[in-house]
Design a protein. Structure first.
Length: 441
């Protein structure tokens, strides 16, 4: 039985954890899927590359600028541009890691069989320390059968050709992003969601505006629960039921199940590791309840975001190497949805602040020069403050993720001081953020 100083489960953020500081350690890296993890291969990066192509193809708003245009999308070229970049990165990352003399790479799934013992294929290994960074996998409700026409975010980006009709089930970021992408590519998209609005964790006012705007691009049907799926014919039929018990049917050439992601299963209970709904429970230092076991990223965090996983990895790296432990600061973790439109936010939502003192300030994009240039009538910045202190920031509209960045650093500070403490380039769209800060009471 091989023994290591450190075993890392997962080659996404977990792989980046293994820096030169560990060159004198014997390290096992366990990965049964595509090397590099979800963000690189099936998540953040390829979807944003597709989003960039969709944004170029989306000429809906060009006419109001006096530009009458149309776009023709060549899906194989779009798809191959993405994966001709990503696949070599994954392969070269694996080759480089295999060349590290102190690292043993196990290309198989790993699961605990006892405290401190991990099964990797037909072998078992032990380690003084374990870092569980196994990520997450798509959640697929039992109602969906196995069929080559039913996809998740893991597979939908590599399809050979665009479908004529795509049914997407879900209402979160993944569903919203793919709905915009495929609609911009000319696919007839039907989006089914069981809730009253999309993006349920976003601020309600922002979520309502987003739902309205995306609903203008796709066939959006809310309050729909999928109760059966028929794959026996040439198309896939989905039967749904609304809260009043009325049933509806929808058909598509392909179906994308985007109902969220769940933590990967590493057999944590067999090692005595405490979990909740499959998620490994960690403290502020990223420690599990079992000494010598750490966890980070989607396998332990309810907020499944790469930038948070990266921060947690920095915490784990330090704490593995030093006795003076540090904690991951999770107070102001920003989120963004790259759809049509973009949405980004940080801090508290208005629904979370109800029952305590706060003020809500909304500034429309149309109030600044760049908004005029865009002929924008739909988008806004919303700030939540108490006695001038910024508690939450929410943006729906073009460049939302970029515009949010100065507001992340402004959280907990006086809004007027932030506005007047720097120059804001005129006539950049960032002026809408400046004016929103100055509007706060």
């Amino acid at each position: 039985m091989e023994h290591f100083d450190l075993c890392v489960i997962g080659s996404g953020t977990g792989n980046s954890l293994i820096g030169p500081e560990f060159s004198h350690w014997r390290v096992a890296l366990v990965e049964g899927g595509t090397f590099g993890g979800t963000c690189l291969n099936r998540g953040c990066i390829p979807t944003k590359m597709l989003w960039a192509a969709a944004h170029a193809a989306d000429v809906r708003g060009a006419a109001k600028l006096g530009v009458h245009a149309s776009a023709e999308v060549f899906w194989p070229e779009v798809r191959d541009r993405v994966f001709s970049r990503i696949d070599p990165i994954s392969a070269s990352g694996e080759q480089w890691r295999e060349s590290n003399p102190n690292v043993t790479l196990y290309r198989t799934w790993g699961a605990f069989t006892a405290p401190g013992v991990l099964a990797v294929g037909d072998e078992q290994i032990t380690a003084d320390r374990f870092v569980i960074a196994a990520g997450s996998r798509p959640h697929i409700p039992q109602v969906f059968p196995e069929d080559p026409r039913i996809h998740t975010s893991d597979t939908i980006m590599r399809i050979p050709e665009l479908p004529k009709r795509l049914v997407i089930v879900g209402g979160g970021a993944i569903a919203a992003e793919f709905a915009y992408i495929f609609a911009a590519f000319g696919v007839e998209v039907t989006l089914l969601h069981r809730g009253p609005r999309l993006l349920r964790t976003a601020d309600e006012q922002v979520a309502e505006r987003f739902t309205q705007l995306l609903g203008g691009r796709v066939n959006l049907r809310l309050r729909q629960e999928v109760i059966s799926v028929d794959v026996s014919g040439e198309v896939v039929w989905l039967l749904t039921r609304d809260p009043d018990g009325i049933e509806y049917s929808f058909e598509g050439d392909l179906v994308l199940v985007a109902t969220g992601r769940v933590p990967s299963d590493v057999g944590a209970p067999a090692a005595g590791i405490v979990t909740s709904d499959g998620r490994i429970i960690v403290d502020e230092y990223q420690r599990a309840n079992v000494p010598g076991v750490w966890a980070l990223g989607d396998v332990s965090s309810p907020v499944q975001l790469k930038h948070l996983a990266n921060a947690e990895a920095r915490t784990v790296r330090h704490n593995l190497l030093h006795e003076d432990l540090i904690a991951t600061d999770k107070r102001y973790v920003p989120r963004a949805v790259f759809s049509g439109p973009e949405v980004a936010w940080v801090g508290a939502t208005e629904q979370e602040l109800r029952g305590q003192p706060y003020a809500a300030t909304v500034r429309e994009y149309s109030s600044v020069a760049y908004g005029w240039a865009l002929e924008d009538t739909d988008h806004f910045v919303k700030l939540l403050t108490d006695k001038g202190i910024l508690l939450g920031a929410h943006i729906v509209g073009p460049q939302a993720a970029t515009l949010l960045q100065p507001l992340i650093g402004a959280m907990g500070r006086n809004a007027h001081d932030v506005a007047r403490g720097q120059y804001w380039i005129h006539p950049a769209l960032a002026e809408v953020v400046e004016n929103a800060l100055l509007d706060t009471p």
